[in-house]
Design a protein around this ligand. Structure first.
Ligand code: PLP
Length: 382
């Protein structure tokens, strides 16, 4: 099998499994317990927190472990919005980018439906880039929080988070970014980005599913979403998943090292693949920004041939990819991301996303590009 669906999930790294094993077997204590085995678990947890903080360039106390990217996004948006409005009832609006993941869009919708917030959507251009002027114009004295993703999961477009976050800071509005796809692919220094909150997910980096983190800058107003025993300084109750935190920290460290040593080579393999697909399949469109995109992202529309047909034919040849986000797999609706970018519904229905990882080999990519050419040669309308 040639696996080109790393944006959906990644295999667990052997080093991550190795790092988890002692925690699952020997250091099984509850990190809140004050005996030896509890304290050993606490030490493993806090060591993981320090390692995550080192990658983000923040303080360990600013790292909250979560059950994944979805929870981190929910906490980043709802937790800040609710706290901000509790202090200042006039702050009853949130701004979100038009091509956010459902974890952000549905959180915004919840704030509107249940808590009476208004949601302002920052539009994107045809390449998926948030319009900076339109974004600035949405910021007001009434904005409680904004959320704009670092990089898009369907088309790979990277936003200029630093300049959007600077505009939000000038307006006195906390800035959350969903960096789930950016982890291991783009620099994650929260100081350089200037963000107040940032979400990450372990399973996109080589950890098992069900773990992630939220960076929450100290003194950012935050209302916990999960209440209970007051773990993680009361910001996220529940006995911590120590093995998950260790897995997450280990995977993030490895992914970051790979980014530094091999990110440019991955982008070069991707560029050659994109050129080969466009060559083999005349009429194909690259979606998203041609340069400002994740190094492993190659997403296309193949007008005239449904995305499902291409996926099925590729899978018959042992090649696995997706038509868009994994959450929308099987849906017959055109992608909301592509339609927000102004792509017509019938073209959006033809989307195919290839997402590469550091181990993806050029010779496999050459095979995939040739296969795409054959499939389109067979199915494209004359
Ligand atoms: N945000 C983005 C951009 C994603 O791509 C994903 C996963 O597909 C998520 C959030 C959700 O992360 P998780 O699967 O860890 O809940």
């Amino acid at each position: 099998m040639i696996y080109l669906d790393a944006a959906a999930t990644t295999p667990v790294r052997p080093e991550v499994l190795q790092a988890m094993w002692p925690v699952l077997s020997g250091t099984y204590g509850n990190p809140s317990s004050h005996h030896e085995v509890g304290e050993a678990a606490r030490a493993a947890l806090e060591d993981a927190r320090r390692r995550v903080a080192a990658v983000l360039g923040c303080r360990p106390a600013e790292v909250l472990f979560t059950s994944g990217g979805t929870e981190a996004d929910n906490a980043g948006l709802k937790g800040i919005a609710l706290a901000r409005r509790a202090r200042d009832p006039e702050r009853d609006r949130v701004v979100v980018g038009a091509v956010e993941h459902p974890a952000v869009l549905e959180s915004a919708d919840f704030l509107a439906r249940v808590h009476g917030f208004s949601v302002d959507v920052a539009p994107v251009d045809g390449l998926g880039v948030v319009d900076p002027d339109a974004f600035r114009a949405l910021l007001s004295e009434r904005t409680a929080v904004v959320s704009v993703m670092y990089a898009n999961n369907e088309v790979g477009t990277v936003q200029d988070v630093a300049s959007l976050a600077a505009a939000a800071r000038e307006a006195g509005v906390p800035f959350h970014t969903d960096a789930v796809q950016a982890g291991g692919a783009l620099p994650l220094s929260v100081k350089d980005l200037g963000v107040d909150a940032l979400s990450l997910s372990g399973h996109k980096l080589g950890a098992p599913k069900g773990n992630g983190a939220l960076f929450l800058k100290s003194r950012t107003p935050f209302e916990a979403l999960i209440h209970g025993g007051g773990q993680q300084r009361g910001r996220r109750s529940g006995t911590e998943d120590v093995a998950g935190a260790v897995a997450f920290a280990t995977a993030l460290g490895l992914a970051e090292a790979e980014r530094l040593s091999g990110g440019a080579a991955l982008a070069a393999r991707r560029d050659r693949f994109v050129a080969a697909v466009l060559d083999a399949a005349p009429g194909a469109l690259l979606t998203g920004h041609p340069e400002r995109r994740l190094p492993g992202s190659a997403s296309f529309c193949f007008p005239g041939v449904s995305g499902e047909t291409v996926l099925l034919e590729l899978e018959r040849r042992g090649i696995v990819c997706s038509s868009g986000s994994a959450c929308a797999a099987g849906s017959t609706e055109p992608s909301a991301v592509l339609t927000a970018m102004g792509i017509a519904a019938e073209v959006a229905q033809t989307a195919v996303r290839f997402s590469l990882q550091s181990g993806t080999r050029q010779e496999d990519l050459d095979v995939v590009a040739r296969s795409v050419g054959e499939i389109l040669g067979r199915f494209a309308p004359a």
